[in-house]
Ligand binder design. Structure first.
Ligand code: HEC
Ligand code: HEC
Length: 224
């Protein structure tokens, strides 16, 4: 019973979330406002049979609904439409380093990507408990608060403005991404680069590992 009520509440809450951006629009300039409206409109579209069929080909690696069984394949459930689209196009154009996605993404048109984005955004991010180091998690939590929280909101649970969901993401995947960012193999926003470089300068290379452990350890919203 309790379960049923919780999911009804979650649905009510999501309805609110989809409507939310317009409430905050006054703070942003017009361009941002337009972008958010577009995102909301796309998110509301029902998933097409073709979208579902295409997304099914990703299950072998990314898991049911995009929730991966790890360890180097990220969970892609719940990725914001823009984040998903940017990632697929960056792979396709060889702008983002990869082991398999670069080759794979070449097989999809912009329309295919849009159909799949529309599917994955509706899927629940299912987190699997991972072994993390408590001392690193503790240090990483502070580093996150000081350097990363502005964009990776709510302990990394929220994909706002293309930042991806980090909470409960697979540790090896996070470690690879941090290494790629640090080696300048993967592009990041200028402001993130500033924060990341400052973090490493003040806390050493070990801080990359600590933030990765913190995000990987995040299982429950209350835990943050
Ligand atoms: C053979 C396994 C495999 C298949 C099949 C696969 N992926 Fe991936 N995917 C990966 C791996 C591994 C990564 C990490 C990047 C890399 O090394 O290629 C990844 C990364 C991604 C990311 C980036 C996630 C993030 O957090 O930025 C997206 C988006 C993605 N895949 C979408 C898809 C979609 C959509 C499909 C189906 C059309 C698909 N993948 C099929 C293995 C796979
Ligand atoms: C100014 C906003 C901003 C700040 C500050 C920021 N990030 Fe990011 N982060 C982003 C965006 C946007 C992306 C998506 C990058 C892309 O286009 O590939 C991202 C991507 C990432 C990813 C990869 C996610 C994935 O699914 O592949 C990791 C890991 C990450 N950030 C960690 C951090 C850490 C650690 C910090 C603090 C040191 C930080 N970020 C600070 C905006 C930010």
């Amino acid at each position: 019973m309790k379960h049923l009520r919780t999911s009804a509440l979650a649905m009510a809450c999501c309805g609110l979330l989809f409507n939310a951006p317009s409430a905050f629009a006054s703070k942003d300039d017009d361009k941002d406002d337009d972008k958010k409206k577009k995102k909301t409109a796309t998110a509301a579209k029902p998933v097409s049979p073709r979208g579902l069929m295409l997304a099914n080909t990703c299950v072998g690696c990314h898991g049911q609904g995009g929730s991966s069984l790890g360890p180097a394949t990220p969970t892609i459930s719940g990725m914001a439409i823009d984040t998903f689209t940017d990632a697929m196009k960056a792979y396709r154009e060889g702008k983002r380093p990869s082991t398999v996605m670069g080759r794979l993404a070449k097989g999809y048109t912009d329309e295919d990507i849009a159909e799949m984005a529309n599917y994955f955004v509706t899927q629940k991010f299912v987190r699997v408990a991972q072994k993390t180091d408590p001392a690193k998690v503790k240090a990483g939590k502070k580093l996150h608060k000081d350097n990363c929280e502005k964009c990776h909101e709510e302990g990394g649970f929220k994909d706002e403005d293309g930042s991806s969901i980090l909470a409960g993401q697979w540790l090896p995947y996070l470690q690879f991404q941090m290494a790629d960012f640090n080696a300048k193999k993967r592009e990041m926003p200028e402001k993130m680069a500033k924060r990341l470089n400052a973090m490493i300068k003040d806390n050493g290379d070990k801080s990359l590992e600590e933030v990765a452990h913190f995000y990987a350890s995040q299982q429950d919203k209350k835990a943050k």
